[in-house]
Design a protein around this ligand. Structure first.
Ligand code: NAP
Length: 244
């Protein structure tokens, strides 16, 4: 079923990992997808392989001016934006006493401010059209905390509070905002985790496997589609049952 036929979606961080799987899944559902990353080449490479219409855009989501230009460029190329997926994210892990100012700032700027930058621009347009879906990719770490990730966990917990506030502000205008909180998903971001830490994590996953980017993409497709028309302000955890 192509339930997103005629819709336009922006997926930030769409050039690899979870964002790439989301872009591909929304495209399979019929949406035109704007694939966004800092690297234009990689974004365009993913966009050119999509099933439906797609286009690649270079944008650093931490740059608010660039986000304004991005939305204008997407609208010109693909049309008004119906679905915004804030997926771009980074880690700069260290224990608290060794976290540098720049580690804190880089993670908060990309993961939290980045979502604010894009959402503020897109929400204004969605409100006028009285419809839209905003889906923010947080993490289970935003719910539980994690040693060595105070900056990352703060950014993801912030994203959850941000989304719930946006959901309350925009509900009357027909715009829905939700969070997907993945657990451990096999991507570049998690590839460097030491074997011992992987084994410990694995033991905490009731479904007995690590997640794939497609596991997350399926949840995003559902939240973007007609089946989720009565769902807003929620956190959908996709983690094989690790956090209950
Ligand atoms: P990834 O493989 O490292 O991919 C990150 C993506 O974000 C890339 O496309 C990257 O492209 C883009 N990006 C990074 N900084 C950006 C910026 N400032 N502006 C625009 N694009 C930017 O990461 P992933 O594992 O797929 O994670 C995707 C999201 O899921 C992140 O928000 C992450 O926190 C979250 N998450 C991941 C896991 C996991 O286990 N993997 C678990 C929970 C939550 P460029 O480098 O070209 O910009």
């Amino acid at each position: 079923m192509r339930e997103l036929e005629g819709r336009v979606a922006i997926v930030t961080g769409g050039s690899r990992g979870i964002g790439r799987a989301i872009a591909e899944e929304l495209s399979r559902a019929g949406a035109s997808v704007a694939v966004v990353a800092r690297s234009a080449d990689r974004a365009e490479a993913v966009a050119s392989g999509l099933e439906c219409r797609g286009a690649g855009f270079a944008c650093d989501v931490a740059d608010s001016e660039a986000c304004r230009d991005l939305v204008a460029a997407v609208e010109e190329s693909l049309g008004p934006v119906d679905i915004l997926v804030n997926n771009a994210g980074i880690t700069r892990d260290n224990i608290l006493v060794r976290l540098k100012d720049e580690d804190w700032e880089a993670v908060l700027e990309t993961n939290l401010r980045g979502a604010f930058n894009t959402t503020r621009v897109v929400a204004r347009r969605m409100m006028k059209r009285r419809e839209g879906r905003i889906i923010n990719i947080a993490s289970v770490v935003g719910l539980t905390g994690n040693p060595g990730q105070a900056n990352y966990a703060a950014s993801k917990a912030g994203l959850i509070g941000f989304t719930k506030s946006v959901a309350q502000e925009l509900a009357a205008r027909g715009v829905l905002a939700n969070v997907v909180a993945p657990g451990f998903i096999e991507t570049d971001m998690t590839a460097g985790l030491p074997e011992e830490a992987r084994e410990t994590l694995f033991g905490r996953i009731p479904l007995g496997r690590f997640g794939t980017p497609d596991d997350v993409a399926g949840a995003v497709r559902w939240l973007a589609g007609p089946a989720a028309a009565y769902v807003t302000g929620q956190v959908l955890v996709v983690d094989g049952g690790m956090v209950m």
